[in-house]
Design a binder for this molecule. Sequence first.
Ligand SMILES: Cc1ncc(COP(=O)(O)O)c(C=O)c1O
Length: 478
Amino acid sequence: MELDPEAGQSLYLQLADALAGQIEAGTYRAGDRIPSVRKLREQFGVSLSTVLEACRVLEDRGLVQARAQSGHYVRAPRPRPRSEPEESASSSEAKHVDASLALRLNLGIGNPQEPTLGAAVQGPELMAVTALNRLMSHVLRHQPAACHSYDAPPGSAVLRRSIAQRGGDAGYSVSADDVVITSGAKEAVYLSIRAVTKAGDTVAIESPAYYALLEVLGSLGLRAFEIASHPRHGMNLDDLSRALESQPVAAVALVSNFSNPTGSCMTDAAKRRLVGILDRHDVPLVEDDVYGELVFEGPRPSAIKAFDTRGLVLYCSSYSKTVSPGLRVGWSIPGRYQNEVELLKLVVNQATAVAPQLALAAFLDSGGCDRHIRRVRRMYRDQMASTIDAVERFFPDATRLTRPQGGHVLWVQLPPAVDAMDLYGAAHTNGIRIAPGPMFSPSGGYRNFVRLNTGFPWSEKTERQIETLGRLVAERSG
Ligand SMILES: Cc1ncc(COP(=O)(O)O)c(C=O)c1O
């Protein structure tokens, strides 16, 4: 067996695949020790880090288990992988949005030291705390006048330039003048939706949808038309086309990459086709791409913005998921709606705080941000793998779940008899937070679904929480 440095795949993945093949073929069986790191280095002529990375991949795939001072042992075969939820259904009419459920629930967002399966937040280990603290004090010391003065839309020129330069990674090409800095992606989405709608209008959304989008639609008196979505590929574009043909729709809104709550990611072909549909109907799209950079392996997926030639896409993102949610720095690239979004930003809160903008710009320009994102991608990948593994071990057989390739939310379909709101209550009593399915639909659907957050490093405590949840689900499965 030989590894090929010329092959498109990295050496550690080739090595992991080779060892996985041997485990599958029965060369190594449950309980056997695979060759030591030293032996593998010699046998394959690769570096220590290549072997260690390959072993980590095997651990993530649940094939081997590391034992301290002893080596890697083949694990007993996993339970059969669960199937994914089926594509959801489109609604038959646009509905008034009542997002008050989300506001009433406690998802455990308050305390970053306390891992939560509820809110889609990350642990401090996944934030660039030390580097940003240093850069914040640097900008406050060296640029006090700028940091303490009013800024104006579109925001800091240095940050907008860095953001524009990084657009190439997502496939779009813009200049600093096209970017409007906002206080997080939530504000970017809010301003974008406001810029293209008026009260009473209908917005076509994916189903299930990020609940904060529902809050925006509800607060602006907009109606939602839910479009069927696949848990892996996102919005059903045939259904969207039909909806746009059959009624007036003011805008479409979705999360293009590693959506919340399903983790779905649209293919490039679908992104291109969606832009064609928008062009034909002259309908704008509010694209939320906060998770695109958190792809687990390989290059970051494109933004829909990459295919937009007519300025119909209002692109929204932030550094909340990648770097720090507390800094509240996001941005919009509103295309032909630039003036409207800038004016709304001015009306709502004048400008985003200056010091976080300057600190982030320095972080981006130093290359520190790229290094940080490379590191956290691996952490998010491992956390997702551990969560999936635990759900498969502890939840009843009839459970289905998604397999996101990025981001940090997992969408779980429970056996039909389980009511997610009842489960939420029981979990709460046991000190466990979850996000129940009905939060993600204006029509209160997804009664037997929950979203689990995978944003914290895996711990014994999280494993126990998932075990308890599995028991609570089993008790309610009928
Ligand atoms: C899809 C999506 N968009 C936006 C946000 C919020 O982003 P920000 O904190 O930058 O406002 C979240 C946070 O959970 C999210 O999941």
